[in-house]
Design a protein. Sequence first.
Lengths: 611, 342
Amino acid sequence: MTDHAARQKALTSHPLFSGCRSLDLARLLPHVREVHLEPAAVLFKNGDPAETLYLLADGSLRYSIRGLEAGHPSVLGEESVLGLNGYLGEAMAIEDCRLWTIPRRQLATLVKECPGVRDRATASLAARINGEPIPLPPVVADQGGGSWRELIGWLLSTLVPLLVLYGLRHDPLLTSQHSRYYLAILSSVAVMWVFRLLPDFIPVLFALLALIIFGVASPDTILSGFGSDSFFMALSVLGLGTVIRASGLGFRLLLLMIGARPHSRWWHNFCVFMVGLILTPIIPTANGRISIVSTFVPELLGEGNKERRLREAGRLTISSLTGASAFSAIFLSSKSINFLMFGYLPEQEQLRFQWTYWLVAASVAGLALLLLYFALWSVVFRARNPAPLSRATIRSQLSTLGPLTPSELAALGGILVFAGSLATSAIHRIEVPWIALSILFGLLMFGFLQDKDFRRDIDWAFLFYLGGLTGMVTTMKEVGVDQWLAVHCTWLNQYMLHDMHLFIALLAGVLFLVRLVLPINAASVIFLTLLMPTAVAGGVNPWLIGFMVLFLSESFFLPYQASYYLQYCSLTGYGYPEQDKRLVPFNLAITVMKVAALYLSLPWWHYLGLL
Amino acid sequence: MRKLVLAAMALFFLVTGVFVVWENYHKPRLLVLHSYGTDYVWTQGINEGLKRVLGKNQWLTVRYHYMHTNRFHSQDELRRASLAARRAVEQFRPDVLLAIDDHAQDLVARFYVNDPHMKIVFAGVNGEITPYGYDDKAKNVTGIMEHKQFKPLQEMLTSLWGNQGRPPRLAHLSDCSMAATTDTAEADKFDWAPQVYVGGFKVADFAAWKKKALELNGQIDFLLVSGYRQLPYGDGKKGYVPPDEVMAWTLANVEAPVVGLNAFNSQDGAMISLGVSPYEQGQIPAQMAIDLLSGNKTIGDLPIRPASQYVISMSQQALARYRIKPPQVFEAFARATNNYFK
C-alpha cells in the first residue's frame, strides 16, 4: 500500500471520523503526517500544548494519567479536538510505533462540518480516563441505503405517468395535451410522496421544472405561488414563530401557569395542555410547540416508583400532544400546511377567511373537541396522587430566568401587534398577510431576528413546497384539470352537496386508512388537491372541505404517524404505546371526537352560510 | 448613541406604519359584485369594459366578488351566495358598491339602499328596479339598465327576412331563470308590428323545451332565445343541460333559424344574435363609480341611464345551415368585435 493510500485508509476507516463526508476527509488528507517513535519515546506529557491528534497505525503505546496506567489506545490527543489547552495524560511508546498526526487547526474546521467527531472524541477520552473500553462506533460500510420500497417507488414514479399519458390519450374531457402532461407529472409526484422517496419539497421542484419544460403553462403562472399572499403570510408567521420559540417566552408561560396554583397532577396536565393550545396560533409548527412543552415533562414526573411514573407519563403524553397538535386546524397560523390550504382557496374566499374569520368558522369544532377531550380525559386519566414538583423549584426556575428579556418582549410585542391589527382590521383594512409581513420587517429591522437566524431557522424547504404547490394549483385551473377532477369526482360532489353527514364519515374513514401509510402533510396535500377544486366546481364552500381535511389528517395513534410524536418520545423517553396501554385507545378516541366535533359544527356552518 | 439609533429606528417604523394605515384608511374603495362567475362570457365582457375605465385609475382599491348564481341558484345556494357576498361587503366596507345583474341587487345591494357610507351603482338590470328599493326614496343609487334592444333586433330581422310577401312570425322560448323571465315579459310587451309575435314561452326543463320547440315548427320563421342555461334535464338526471347541447339540439330539430337576444348566444350556436353590449355595462358604471369616488359628481348628477350600445354576433356554421347571407356590414361588425364564431 502506498503512503497516500495508507493515509487515506487511516482516515476513512477510523471510527472517530465515522459519518464525516468524503469531501471533508479529502480536505483533511493533505494535513495528515506520519511520525515514528522509538520504544520508550514519549509522545506527549501532561500539560503539553494539545496541538495534535494521533492515530496509531502500527505498534503499541502506553497511556497514563497521574501515574496510573489507562490502557493502550489506538487514538490519542483527543484534547486537540475538544479545544483543551493541554493534554491530560502522558503517552509513551512500548515498541516501535508509526502514527498519523492531524493538526488542531484542521480538526477545528472538520468539527464545524462534522460535529459528531467532537462527541466521539469526548466519549473516547472520558472512557479512557475512567478505564472503560473506548466506545467508538464501528465504521459501517455504505450499503447504498436502498430498499425495496425505494426501488418500487422509483419504478412506479417512471411508469405511472407514462400509463396516465397512455390511458388518457382519448379522454374527451381533456381537451389539450397540456392537461394530460399535467396529470402525468402530478401522478409522478404523488408516487414520490407516497413512497417517501425524497423530502416533500423536492418532488415539487421536479413538478415545477417539468411543467415549465413541457410548456404546460407560462412560467409566470407556474411560479405564481411564490408571489402569493399565502407565501408571504407563511414566511412572516414562521419568522415570528422563530423569535417566540428562541426567546423562551413559551417556557416562561408554562412556569408561570404551573406556579400559579397549588400543585396537583390535574393542574400540571391542564397547564401542559393549555400552554400547547395557547402556543398553537403563535408557533406555526407542532414540532416547535412540542419542543417547548416536552422540556417540562421529566421534571413533572419526578423520581420514585417506576410504575406510577409511567402512568403519569401517559397522562402527560396525551396532554402535551393533544394541546400542541389537535387544534392546529382551528387557527390559520398554527401549521404551515394551513397556509397551503389558504393558498388553494379562490381569491375572494382568501379575503373572507383571513385569520379572524377562519377562527370564527372553526370555533365550534374547536370548542366541541375541547369539551369532549376534557370529559374523556377526566374519566380515563383521573389522578389522585400528589404532584412531585415543588413550588420552590418553580420559583427558583423563574428567578433564574429573571425579568423578561428583550427577545421575549419583542416576541410578546409581535403577538400583541398581530392581535391588535386583527382587532382593528375594520379601521386600517390592511390584509393579514401584509400585517404579518410588517411584523417580520420590524423583528428583522430591530435585530430580534438576525439575518443568520432568518436563513437558518425559517423552514425554507416548506416555503418552497408551499410556493410550488400553490403555483401547481393555479396551473391546474389554467389547463382545466380542476374541471376534469370535478367531473370524475361527481359522486363525491353528490355527497358533499346532498349528504354532508355521510361525506364526513367517508372522509374520516378514508383519511384514517391513508394516514396509516402517509405522513400528515402528504395526506393533506393529496386530499386538498383532489377535493378543493371539486368543491369549488360543485358549489360547496372549499374552506369547509379544506378544514375537514386538515382537522382529520392531524390524527394519530402510533408514534410513527406524526413526526412530533416521535420527537416527544425522543425528548422525554416517554409516550411509547407499550409504556401505557391507555395511549392508543385514547388517541383513537380523539379521532372519533374530531368526527363528532365536525358533526356538531354543521348547524354553525349552516348559520354562517358555509353550508 | 445606540439608544439614539434605536429611537430613530422606532420613529421610522412608527411614522411609516401610521402613514400606511392613514393612506389605506383614506384610499377610496370600490367593490365590484358580480351575480355570475368569470366562466360566463357575459361577465367576461363586463369585466373587459370595467378594466377599460378602472385600469387607468390606480388611486382606488378595487375588489371583485363573484356570486356564481349562474351555476348555483337553488334557494339554499342563493342564501349562501347572499351571506358570502354580504360578508364581503361588511368586511371591505366599500365607498361604492358596483352591483351587476339581478341577483347582486336582490340578494345584496338592496340592503344598502340609503346607507350613508356607501353608494350603489347597478348594471345588468333588465327588468324593473323598484323591487330592489331603487325608487325615488333611494338617495344613494344610480346605474345603467340592460333592457333588451328589441327595436334594432326588429330591424335586423326585417333585413334578414327580406321581401317574402308577408311579415315574419316570431316566438320567444326560454327557461324559468330570473333574467329570462324578465326578457319574456319585455318581449311580450314590445310592439312587434308589422312582424307577427306568436308568443313568449317559459319552460321548466329540457324535455319541455324540446316539446315546445317541436310544436313551434311550421308556426314561426324565427325562434328568439335568451335564457337556456338553467334548464334541468327533466328526466331524473341531476344538473343542468350544457348550453351548447341545448343549442345543438335546437338547431338540429327546429326549422326556423335561431336568433339570440344576448351576444353570447351565437357562441353557443345561435345563427345570429343582437344583445346589449357587455362592454357598455362595464364601462358606464365604472365611470359613474370613478366620478362618485373622485368627488367630481354626486348621485344627483348621475341619472340612471338606459343601455344604448349593442353588439351583433354570428355563427358561421348556423348561417350556412339556413343558407342566410346577412348584410356585410353585420358580419364586419361581428368580426370587429370578436363575435364571429366559426
